[in-house]
Design a protein around this ligand. Sequence first.
Ligand code: SF4
Length: 332
Amino acid sequence: MNSDTLIETKNLSVGFPVGGKLFNKRVLKAVNEVSLSIPRGSFFGVVGESGSGKTTFGRALLNAAPITGGTAHYDDGEVNYDLGELAGADLKEYRRRAQLIFQDPYAALSPRMTVRDIIAEPLEVMGLCDTREEVDERVREIAGLCRLNLEHLRRFPHAFSGGQRQRISIARALVSKPRFVVADESVAALDVSIQADILNLLKSLQDEMGLTYLFISHDLSVVAHTCDHVAVMYLGQIMESAPTRQLFNSPRHPYTKALFSAIPSLDPDDRGKAQKLEGEIPSPTNRPSGCQFHTRCPFATDLCRREEPHLETCEAGHAVTCHRWRELQLAD
Ligand code: SF4
């Protein structure tokens, strides 16, 4: 594993048994043999439609979804773990180093706790401070970094707007001084003006605390302005992965291109040019043969229906899962 890499997955799969106890027993493979490297200090985006497996992938990296195949290795320079094997003290330590920022700031915060207690709870549960004074000091420190007014610590969540609540959620996630943070649709429930404010906060906290983010989103315009590398997921697989600018300037996969086409444009000349994505994403319990995207791809051939393509490098840092990437001209 490269010394600049925080997390590396190799053929990582996450499956859940579905169906009856004896008959019709099947496995729902929500994540299907994903190989990715997340560099230390990166803002790594994962995009895809609802049902693409991006949230399950993020949870597997937090040890909150079962790894049923392949490996995921974590190395922050101080500790290194195989995430599928974590137990005991290592698991406890990893829970401190890897945290989640939730999507919905209204549902994530207990209405019966003060902001101080909400932020302090992870410190107390993980036993990270010896005295109440230490807890208070750490809470005040992270609240300041998250631009929360210290007077707010005595209030309850209902007194705050959506943006302020998300700052409280972020403070709670970061109070244990993690290294790796999964931000799962963390601005999706906020107004556009507040989204920019929260994204700027995440960026500044990244610099101040040396964080690496896995930023999960369905919103490509947010990802374009925030992430330095983006992986596109479909039906639990990586369809394309590249540095953000490269991906947006030269998409190689028809699914990536279709997602980009769906971004609303203010240019009247661009309207109507969108390549509409027909049909629904198939069920992971009933995967198509060959290329997983062939049932919706306008460029599908017999080969696509028959043989599964594998992720292959097309340029430095840019990989794509498509039989026809060399011949398709997808860039505008
Ligand atoms: Fe489309 Fe074929 Fe490429 Fe799959 S392999 S994305 S079906 S062209």
